[in-house]
Ligand binder design. Structure first.
Ligand code: AP5
Ligand code: ZN
Length: 213
């Protein structure tokens, strides 16, 4: 299966991804995670991406299309993948379709995590992540066993630099202006399943399973 997860910051893409990945044995490709790793490593890509990310703006289409193109070539991704946070502009969606057409494949489903903006600030400002695995927690909705510590490795959790109420405003603006057209693009192709992303995580998981069955 080749699946796209689309939705605003904090809608639950990263939370649902590991579950889908394990159930269908897919590769999880999250452009945000890849870019954060590049920023941390201070690679040429990271240096170019950092400024836009810190401001909550989108990184250029060329940069993200490049990293996705690279990632999809990995043999482990040939069976299928979950795209988390990509495509985020109409241009990225068109490029993705071209890349897949060249390989003789196409997208099977687009899961739209529909949710009201008002709910997102509490989700974003309460999030803590374990950077190396990408696991995310929430002080109220998904607390770790020990505050500030990853359940699996015992390593410290951190907050993302862009997880502030102020930067969230820019991220939401980018979503509404640049990413909503992506949802329209795939709706026209009949590929979109709309989820109730404001529900508790387990109920969202059930909707995901139904959409993919
Ligand atoms: P990215 O990392 O993709 O961030 P995002 O889209 O803003 O999404 P988030 O990771 O914030 O949200 P999520 O949906 O994964 O939420 P989560 O499941 O963790 O992108 C970051 C930046 O990179 C962008 O701003 C841009 O600069 C750049 N970038 C990335 N891709 C790009 C692209 N294609 N083009 C250009 N630039 C790009 O959940 C959030 C919190 O809520 C957690 O604490 C979680 O525990 C909790 N939670 C989850 N589900 C529920 C629930 N159902 N009920 C209650 N709490 C819940
Ligand atoms: Zn995420």
């Amino acid at each position: 299966k080749r699946i796209i997860l689309v939705g605003p910051p904090g809608c639950g893409k990263g939370t649902q991804s590991p579950l889908i990945k394990d159930e269908f044995c897919l590769c999880h490709l999250a452009t945000g995670d890849m870019l954060r790793a590049a920023v941390k490593a201070k690679s040429p890509l990271g240096i170019k991406a950092k400024e836009a990310m810190d401001k909550g703006e989108l990184v250029s289409d060329d940069l993200v299309v490049g990293i996705i193109d690279e990632a999809m070539k990995k043999t482990s991704c040939q069976k299928g993948f979950i795209l988390d946070g990509f495509p985020r502009t109409a241009v990225q969606a068109q490029k993705l379709d071209e890349m897949l057409a060249n390989q003789g494949t196409k997208i099977d489903k687009v899961l739209n995590f529909a949710i009201d903006d008002k709910i997102l600030e509490e989700r974003i400002t309460g999030r803590w992540i374990h950077p190396s695995s990408g696991r995310s927690y929430h002080t109220k909705f998904a607390p770790p066993k020990t505050p500030g510590v990853d359940d699996v490795t015992g390593e410290p959790l951190v907050q993302r630099k862009d997880d502030t109420a102020a930067v969230l405003k820019s991220r939401l603006e980018a979503f509404h202006i640049q990413t909503e057209p992506v949802i329209e693009y795939y709706t026209k192709k009949g590929l979109v399943a709309n989820l109730h992303a404001e529900k508790p995580p387990k109920e969202v998981t059930a909707e995901v399973q139904k959409a993919l069955s």
